[in-house]
Design a binder for this molecule. Structure first.
Ligand code: FES
Ligand code: FE2
Length: 371
């Protein structure tokens, strides 16, 4: 038997299956990765006027965003400081936040304003009571929150992304959601994110994407901060599967995407067509992927609607089968994590982006280097 040469470089192996199948690890992620990173909340057009709000959840925590009387956007845990009833649901507009249980009333900036009979309580100090606020940033019109009060700003996590995105989509502040497509996948959220983050599987599995949108041989993905930056050249414009506006920006003939660890991606198709991915982990083996499509002022567009349908019927559909099969495989007793195909020259048939992603996953779960 040959002795292994210990000095020889060893391939990097994929993560062990338990990272994707163990409910304990998912619980750790709810308190760790998902609670200490920037998570998408909703689009700023939902809270344009003072008093507008919307409820959502992140890492199993119910939250709501609201625009206060001074026009500041704030996010609070959606819980009354009296006896823990939920404060708001869905979307709406209010002058003050009134708890549906005993009618304690809060200012839009979170301070308790009044409550029935509270004055009868000796020593009750209204000023000591305030809703619990959550870090909030607006990034090109997209609202992100971080449950970690000490988190670094998004600009530190994702260096240069905002500037670059604005160069690709100069009208990004005017965009509003036209269509949301919700896709439920029976797999761990990291399986879906990994699948999104490599194009080693594209030629075999995405014929429309690979022949109608991008030139796969030019595809590459590189980490920058905690962003995975996808770049590629596009097909001859006459082979595109939709008409494109080549004047939309200086990058109008390019495809690009910016995956923001751990669960959101901005994608720009030729013609400066913005669309987004948002992964919402639901349990250890279920994730909901939201695909968002946008137009200026949310004005209807046949081209965008057709693109959304084409995307749902091709790339998305093709990926569902892949990720669900992988999840079944990760539960197999016969699976031994294989070597990643890391080509030093990178490129479409290399999984160097998976190495970066799995390193972040490991750090987040095992606390190695910590985020
Ligand atoms: S729980 Fe909100 S007023 Fe009592
Ligand atoms: Fe794919």
């Amino acid at each position: 038997m040959n002795r292994p040469d210990l000095a020889a470089p060893q391939p990097v192996h994929s993560l062990e299956a338990r990272y994707y199948t163990d409910p304990e690890i998912f619980k750790r992620e709810l308190n760790g990765t998902l609670a200490t990173t920037w998570q998408f909340a909703g689009h700023a057009s939902l809270v344009r006027n003072n008093g507008d709000y919307f409820a959502f959840s992140v890492a199993d925590q119910d939250l709501f965003c609201i625009r206060d009387r001074d026009g500041n956007l704030r996010t609070f845990y959606n819980v009354c400081q009296h006896r823990a009833h939920e404060l708001v649901s869905g979307t709406g507009n209010c002058k003050v936040v009134v708890c549906p249980y005993h009618a304690w009333t809060y200012e839009l900036s979170g301070e308790l304003r009044s409550g029935p009979n509270i004055k009868s309580v000796e020593g009750f100090d209204r000023k000591q009571i305030c809703l619990t606020e959550v870090r909030t940033e607006v990034f090109c019109g997209f609202i992100f929150v971080n449950l970690d009060p000490d988190a670094k700003p998004m600009a530190d996590w994702f260096p240069g992304v905002e500037k670059e995105l604005r160069a690709f989509v100069p009208h990004i502040d005017d965009l509003e959601p036209l269509e949301w497509v919700e896709i439920s996948e029976r797999c761990n959220w990291k399986v879906s994110v990994e699948n999104y983050s490599e194009c080693y599987h594209c030629a075999l599995n995405h014929p429309t994407f690979a022949t109608g949108v991008v030139k796969p041989e030019t595809y590459d993905i590189q980490p920058r901060g905690y962003c995975l930056r996808h770049t590629t050249e596009c097909q001859n414009l006459d082979r595109m599967s939709y008409p494109i506006d080549t004047e939309a920006s200086e990058h109008a003939e390019e495809y690009s995407s910016w995956f923001l660890w751990p669960a959101f991606s901005f994608q720009v198709y030729p013609g400066s067509v913005l669309n987004t991915y948002h992964w919402r982990p639901e349990s250890v083996d279920k994730v909901v992927v939201w695909r968002g499509w946008y137009t200026p002022a949310g004005v209807d567009s046949d081209v965008i609607r057709r693109l959304a349908v084409q995307d749902r019927g091709t790339t998305v559909e093709e990926d569902i089968h892949l990720v669900e099969s992988v999840q079944r495989g990760l539960n197999s007793r016969g699976y031994r994590p294989g070597p990643l195909v890391i080509d030093p020259a990178c490129g479409v048939n290399s999984e160097h982006s998976i190495r970066a992603l799995q390193q972040w996953m490991r750090e987040a779960v095992d606390g190695v280097n910590g985020i």
